[in-house]
Design a protein around this ligand. Sequence first.
Ligand SMILES: Nc1ncnc2c1ncn2[C@@H]1O[C@H](COP(=O)(O)OP(=O)(O)OP(=O)(O)O)[C@@H](O)[C@H]1O
Ligand SMILES: [Mg+2]
Length: 212
Amino acid sequence: MKTFIIGISGVTNGGKTTLAKNLQKHLPNCSVISQDDYFKPESEIEMDKNGFLQYDVLDALNMENMMSAISCWMEENPEAPPLSTDSQSSMDIPILIIEGFLLFSYKPLDTLWNRSYFLTIPYEECKRRRSTRVYEPPDPPGYFDGHVWPMYLRHRREVDTITWEIVYLDGTKSEEDLFSQVYEDIMHQLAKQKSLVKDSHFNGKEIISWTK
Ligand SMILES: Nc1ncnc2c1ncn2[C@@H]1O[C@H](COP(=O)(O)OP(=O)(O)OP(=O)(O)O)[C@@H](O)[C@H]1O
Ligand SMILES: [Mg+2]
């Protein structure tokens, strides 16, 4: 059975978790791993000279634990070649969505992605959405401009240099529009993957008959 691994990354409050949950509701056999669940405890987060805790960097995350969760999912859903391509519809393929703000600059994940999405929203909208959320610990005054947004810009510059295809999503679209856009794209990608598997299966048969 093939698998399909989707990355949803992007700016803080861009709507990553919301989109991932909406997709999971409509995709059978779909698991979600959220990077939000892997922050280290506050006592282990570094502080800069301005007294800002450095939460928006890879060092603030327990990536080893997140990788273990991904490995567990892979062990439960091994990528064995299908016995019959016709018996597996695109909807049966186990799907894993990994969503989080720092995915595509974390090298050990680079070879994993079957499809990569990146949500963006403008500075003002990001600041507004962030101010409506309650964080633990709470954002101190000046935190958005002094840490969150500069770290996002740094990450964004890294993502812009990535060589594999990233599908940028306009996070100011409605939840429903974003869901439809990405759901349709995933269906298209799954159908493509299925036809590739079918082709390689067919080619395999041809090679066998030639060598007889
Ligand atoms: N398409 C949308 N349009 C308007 N608001 C949205 C949209 N999607 C999510 N939101 C709102 O924006 C806020 C952040 O959403 P969400 O938690 O999904 O973002 P996130 O990218 O996962 O954020 P974080 O970086 O904190 O993990 C929430 O208040 C949510 O209701
Ligand atoms: Mg989130």
